[in-house]
Ligand binder design. Structure first.
Ligand code: TXA
Ligand code: MG
Length: 335
């Protein structure tokens, strides 16, 4: 299949891309669209056959439910059978934005979207392009991240092309995703509400709006997999990834050697203690700021994959709440 790639950087191109995306989505096709978190692989969320194509294209297991993207609270309410007070408060505080709310599903949502479950994840994304597409379609869009199952999520159109080029009719280029990691997923169908996947909207911010919430549980405490995004290994680059702290270059080298790893084959991603380039296969500096770090992280991992890296070492991020989403993705990538 020939994959059309459309840009959006002038008002005319933006409108043209919206029209083309809407045309394909109305015809039951699957297209890759930018969102502020990561790029999404979108289909009409009310069309079971279109949604089935998403699973097939990604190689996604059927037990992994897909987030439904809406443009506005009215559309969100039509996707669920009970819009609770916490949902209302959270949507007012954080939508449009990188927060997915899991609620009891409406009957209109096909079973493959919810993976046969009784809940649906709903998100109003902040990116103007996907908002315009949803408004124009008039129906919500089911969209997982636009990567092959278990690979790193794409944060630009080129990442999508590398993984899905030739498999979908359209990729819309809406520039670099500004958040850079996937949305926080909060389950409001249980009491107290539970974070299923940490993201840039962290537990403390959510608790400030709705009170008590439960932090993510580890796999061991989670015998019945509620959200496959909780799988320990997920979001991984092809290389082995380690998260380490080091005092200086010599310390980092000796930690690698102790692990029988060669510094010369190692790509280092550092934010504070920047090693000198000559000792390692590559060194890149990532900002020491949670938001900027998240924005850059997947692009760095994609770059290491492209360079054929066998080993990536990332300098451990701080432990404060605003870093919890980044720390979560690094833990999974290292698993
Ligand atoms: O930022 C994002 O959330 C991106 C963009 C495209 O919106 N989407 C995304 O989708 O990351 P995906 O499919 O790659 O990850 C969705 C996560 C999965 O871990 C899935 O298991 C969980 O959300 N999820 C979706 N619906 C759920 C539900 N009804 N109950 C529990 N978990 C759910
Ligand atoms: Mg994903």
């Amino acid at each position: 299949m020939n994959t059309e790639i459309l840009s959006t950087h002038t008002p005319e191109l933006f409108q043209k891309a919206v029209r083309r995306a809407v045309e394909l989505l109305r015809a039951g096709e699957v297209v890759a669209l930018p969102t502020e978190t990561v790029y999404g692989l979108a289909a009409n969320a009310l069309d079971e056959k279109a949604v089935a194509k998403i699973f097939q294209i990604k190689g996604r297991p059927a037990n992994n439910p897909i987030i439904v993207h809406v443009a506005g609270n009215e559309m969100a309410k039509r996707c669920v059978n009970h819009w609770s007070e916490p949902a209302d408060k959270l949507s007012q505080s954080f939508w449009p934005g990188p927060l997915t709310l899991v609620l009891p599903r409406a009957k209109e949502i096909p079973g493959n979207v919810t993976a046969g479950g009784e809940t649906v994840g709903v998100r109003w994304p902040g990116h103007p392009f996907i908002q315009a597409v949803i408004r124009e379609c008039g129906f919500p869009l089911a969209a997982p991240s636009a990567n092959l199952s278990n690979q790193i999520s794409p944060t630009n159109a080129e990442h999508v092309r590398q993984q899905l080029g030739g498999k979908i009719p359209l990729i819309v280029d809406g520039a670099q995703s500004q958040v850079g990691i996937e949305s926080t997923v909060l389950d409001l169908s249980v009491s107290p509400p539970q974070i299923l996947r940490p993201g840039m909207i962290h537990a403390e911010s959510l608790a400030a709006v709705i009170g008590n919430i439960q932090h993510p549980t580890s796999d061991a405490q989670h015998p019945k997999l509620k959200s496959p995004g909780l799988l320990k290994k997920h979001y991984s680059p092809k290389a082995k990834l380690l998260v380490l702290n080091w005092k200086d270059d010599a310390d980092l080298k000796s930690q690698l050697v102790t692990r029988h790893l060669s510094p010369a084959t190692c790509f280092v991603i550092a934010h504070t203690k920047i090693p000198s380039g000559e000792n390692f296969a590559g060194v890149s500096v990532i900002p020491h700021d949670a938001e900027a770090f998240a924005r850059a992280l997947y692009a760095e991992l994609h770059r290491c994959d492209e360079a054929g890296a066998k080993l990536i070492v990332v300098e451990r991020p701080p432990e404060s709440p605003e870093w919890s989403g980044v720390a979560d993705r690094l833990r999974r990538a290292a698993a």
